[in-house]
Ligand binder design. Structure first.
Ligand code: NA7
Length: 558
């Protein structure tokens, strides 16, 4: 194979390619588009699903909705495309986002370079010519110089290893791998396990017509109102007219997202005061305003709510008072009040979750106090001996986040070392983008990057741009491999950990820390320094000729 010659080959119909992209969610689509159409590389994307969409393809459970505002949750790669697509609500449903993804695929003519229904089993680096061989579960293989992992930060469903699971004779679903067929809960007895974002969303659908709906809660999460609504007349047009300027502005913000599409109407800007710098009455007023406005403005209403335990407790108390107002049964209300520090788990935005507990068909079951013992042919047995007989079990038990999609593949780098083993004690990367010992392998949305702590689409695009520039630089200079210097990587990991330790995020159990998966090493998995700082760090390294990375030329080319 003459990989150096394949750059202008364009058609990408063969198996020897410049670039292979694993995953066709937003990250993979952006990478395919940029590398193929802007840079004229031969690229092939490999996707396990039968269509593009990633998270939004797999999480098609009833009630699924995004928690970033629709007008901000879109790719900026094509000015024409961003003008042509229309959103309907402040926060888009899964269905609308999946339609948008399909629109992108059609409009940018991406499908012809994606192999759907294809799951990658392994990716093996060959030191002799700096190539990667990617092999699918079906036995097909692809050879490329640059490998882009876009397999998603929240894409490996966590199905807890409940004893007896296989014996259950009813219907069993996981929210993160929801079937395409319509699933009805009408008249059925349904148990849902898990009350994170997915659980909170699907609960409101199950409870509509289930004969009996058991909500098995291990930990109560913090939930704030989304304030979802149809887009105001003219709102969309105004954002579209100002997209370049607004996108620039959003990128100056910590999460690369604003709490409303327009910064002018009506203003709800992040607070600039400590919660302890205001009197209780003023505090209440500020929280009330953010609460009524909806969305994540609430957690930025003061500077320290996500930083210190004392401030976080006050935010939690505010939410507790709202739950007590809403939920009629005082015992159920107390169970729904989170004992976690506000912000340690991803805060959920929602509308009617607490209301379902006022319905006769819904029962909240505390499975921290009385844990699940086993699954039986007819339902779920708790350790107390209580048997909950159901027709359907819905697991809303989350994901092996950030590392799961990577560690479940056999990824072998230099010397045949397996990424899964290298990360046994926890992931180590430089900028979240590359791993020492795995030359030429780039990760989008990986551990130690902003990923799901920012507007994930913006974060994806920033990483795609960085990778594109990097590959261009390497090709222009004749380099055939790049990997982090191990010291630079260790410094980045330390930096990421220091930033996290200064926040509330590390003070609880969540998928942020790996604590949701039995046996997963504990450590903060994301960069909390904010999107602008992350981007600045990436840009600075690039501007210094990829300082902290080892750039090499394949032996036969030198
Ligand atoms: P999450 O937020 O990880 O929530 C998973 C839920 O499942 C959570 O309530 C867990 O309880 C519960 N869970 C997990 N394992 C068990 C077992 N073994 N027994 C009982 N309950 C269990 O996943 P989501 O899918 O809701 O959301 C993930 C992200 O996607 C979300 O943050 C958004 O960014 C989008 P726990 O809290 O661990 O006690």
């Amino acid at each position: 194979m003459d990989m150096a010659a394949s750059k202008s080959n364009g058609s990408a119909s063969g198996r020897d390619l410049d670039v292979v992209v694993i995953g066709a969610g937003f990250a993979g689509l952006a990478a395919l588009h940029q590398l193929r159409d802007r840079m004229n590389y031969s690229v092939r994307a490999i996707e396990a699903g039968s269509a593009a969409g990633g998270t939004w393809y797999w999480n098609r459970y009833p009630g699924a909705r995004c928690d970033v505002e629709s007008m901000q949750y879109s790719l900026s790669i094509s000015p024409e495309v961003e003008q042509e697509w229309s959103w309907t609500e402040r926060f888009a449903t899964q269905g609308e986002i999946l339609d948008y993804t399909q629109f992108l695929v059609d409009r940018l003519d991406l499908a012809k370079d994606i192999d759907f229904n294809t799951r990658v089993a392994s990716a093996v680096y060959d030191e002799s010519d700096d190539s990667w061989t990617v092999t699918t579960e079906g036995g097909d293989s692809y050879r490329c110089r640059w490998l882009i992992m876009a397999a998603g930060p929240l894409s490996t469903p966590n199905v807890p290893d409940f004893p007896g699971l296989d014996s259950f004779q009813g219907e069993f679903y996981h929210t993160g791998a929801w079937p395409k067929d319509q699933i009805s809960f009408a008249g059925k007895r349904v148990a849902q396990i898990g009350t994170g974002s997915s659980g909170v969303q699907i609960a409101q659908e199950i409870s509509k017509d289930a004969a009996k709906h058991f909500v098995l809660q291990r930990t109560a999460h913090h939930i704030i109102p989304a304030g979802n609504r149809p887009l105001h007349p003219g709102e969309q047009e105004e954002v579209k007219a100002r997209y370049p300027e607004l996108r620039k502005f959003w990128q100056t913000l910590l999460g690369a997202t604003f709490y409303q599409s327009l910064p002018t109407d009506p203003p709800l800007v992040p607070g600039d005061k400590s919660i302890f710098d205001v009197a209780p009455a003023e505090r209440q007023k500020i929280f009330d305003a953010a609460w009524n406005y909806g969305g994540y403005g609430f957690q930025r209403a003061f500077t320290d709510v996500l930083k210190t335990i004392d401030a976080s407790v006050l935010a939690g108390d505010y939410i507790a008072s709202k739950i007590r107002e809403k939920v009629k049964d005082p015992q159920t209300a107390e169970k729904l009040i989170s004992s976690q520090y506000f912000g340690t788990k991803r805060v959920i935005i929602d509308k009617n979750y607490y209301d379902i507990f006022n319905q006769d068909n819904v029962e909240l079951v505390d499975v921290k106090g009385d844990p699940i013992d086993k699954i039986t042919p007819t339902g779920i047995q708790l350790q107390s001996g209580r048997q909950i007989d159901v027709d359907t079990i819905v697991c809303a038990t989350g994901f092996d986040a950030l590392t799961g999609a990577l560690t479940r593949m056999d990824i072998r780098g230099r010397g045949g070392s397996l990424l899964r083993d290298v990360w046994k004690e926890g992931p180590e990367s430089h900028l979240g983008l590359m791993v020492s010992g795995f030359p030429g392998m780039f990760i989008i949305g990986g551990p130690q990057s902003c990923s799901a702590l920012a507007n994930v689409i913006t974060a994806n695009e920033q990483q795609v741009d960085w990778i594109c520039e990097c590959i261009t630089y390497l090709d222009e200079k004749g380099f055939t491999s790049i990997e982090p210097d191990s010291q630079a990587q260790a410094d980045w990991v330390e930096h990421v950990n220091e930033l996290a330790d200064a926040t509330i995020y590390t003070k609880g159990d969540s998928w942020y820390t790996g604590a949701n998966i039995d046996g997963k090493p504990r450590g903060f998995l994301l960069y909390v320094g904010g999107y602008p700082n992350y981007k600045a760090a990436c840009d600075e390294i690039a501007s210094k000729g990829y300082d902290g990375f080892r750039l090499e030329k394949a032996k036969e080319l030198t």
